[in-house]
Design a protein around this ligand. Structure first.
Ligand code: TXA
Ligand code: MG
Length: 335
């Protein structure tokens, strides 16, 4: 960055419910954080490379990592993607607006800043009413990653955005807490058969139900989807996944060594040392998805050093929950 180029400067990060003002900031190249039903996004006008560059600066995200472009309506897809296969049409018809991102072959003229220089583009039509109204007003695609610092937990409340990026974003559009709570399911439709790159609330079973065929899960390279980097979605506390039966003994050892220990589970196991901080999750998987990131933030606020987690069953949205927990538990990236 040249000395004349403004870096991520201190801005107000003001919370607002004013859609006109937010649309105006985006149109003139500013950053606006906005709610979607999955997580809050950090938005910039996707056609404006200078605006898009501000997203990477604010997040501290490597510039070759592609962004999702958010649209108001399916008729806009043709200005961003070409050679859209039947499978993508079927999935869009079934799940848009909603928590599904489709990877398609990019149209000519889509800025490299958005795609990370790749030949594909991620597109999503969110269903959150505030996101939809904002996108309608902007009248063009809005590029937005989750509104967190690179590698950290995604925000599911406006306050999460203001505490983490408040000085790096012009406006934060209020939209309450996110209904889904985990990032969108990503399906790569740019190859011969669709592949799930990131599990989410639109489950493998739901996708297969619409396509009428099995769908493969598991991405390709890490650069294609940094949400697939081993360590991601991570709180400050170190995270270990254990069974309910293993937890009490492990907690005791850790407490004895002087660590501040937390336990996160839908059913808090019996026999824990009294010093252990307890973070109880819902019994239903949708509830766990909705609460998970707020609980991880609370874990950090309470100064927990080691978080012991009993993961839910890997069925339905449980696959996405366990995927995020594994990444939170993975060895941390350097820097
Ligand atoms: O729910 C969501 O998807 C949220 C909301 C704001 O829409 N967004 C989000 O964005 O989670 P982000 O950037 O944090 O994660 C998007 C993931 C990244 O892992 C990125 O690499 C992948 O999507 N992605 C975007 N474009 C891609 C492409 N062309 N090919 C492969 N992966 C892509
Ligand atoms: Mg993210």
């Amino acid at each position: 960055m040249s000395p004349h180029e403004p870096g991520p400067r201190a801005t107000s990060g003001r919370l607002t419910a004013n859609l006109d003002e937010a649309a105006e900031v985006l149109r003139r190249g500013g950053l606006v954080a906005f709610p979607t039903e999955t997580v809050y996004g950090l938005g910039a006008r996707a056609r404006d490379p200078r605006a898009v560059a501000k997203i990477f600066a604010a997040k501290g995200r490597p510039a070759d990592h592609p962004l999702i472009v958010h649209l108001a309506r399916a008729s806009e897809v043709v200005s961003w993607a070409v050679a859209v296969p039947d499978a993508a049409h079927q999935l869009a018809e079934a799940f848009w607006p909603g928590p599904l991102t489709l990877i398609l072959r990019r149209a000519p003229g889509v800025p490299d800043e958005v795609t990370g220089g790749q030949e594909t583009i991620g597109l999503r039509i969110p269903r959150h009413p505030v996101a939809r109204a904002l996108l309608e007003k902007v009248g063009d695609g809005v590029a937005a990653p989750s509104a967190n610092r690179f590698g950290r937990v995604s925000p599911t409340h406006a306050e999460h955005v203001s505490s983490e990026l408040g000085d790096r974003v012009e406006l934060i559009l209020e939209g309450g807490s996110c209904e889904v709570g985990l990032e969108s399911t990503i399906v790569d439709c740019s190859g011969t058969t669709p592949v799930i790159l990131r599990p989410g609330a639109i489950t493998q079973e739901m996708l297969e139900g619409v396509l009428g065929a099995p769908i493969r899960a598991g991405g390709t390279s890490e650069v294609r989807a940094p949400g697939l980097l081993a360590s991601h979605y991570a709180p400050r506390a170190s995270v270990s996944l254990l069974t309910g039966a293993e937890i009490a003994a492990r907690a005791e050892e850790l407490v004895a060594s002087g660590a501040r220990v937390g336990v996160l589970a839908s059913e808090i196991p019996e026999g824990l040392p009294s010093e252990v901080e307890r973070f109880e999750l819902s019994r239903d998987l949708e509830g766990v998805a909705r609460e998970l990131y707020a609980r991880l933030r609370e874990v950090d606020r309470r100064g927990v050093d080691v978080l012991l987690v009993v993961p839910p069953a890997e069925v339905g949205v449980g696959r996405a929950i366990v995927d995020r927990l594994r990444r939170a538990a993975a060895p941390r990236l350097q820097g």
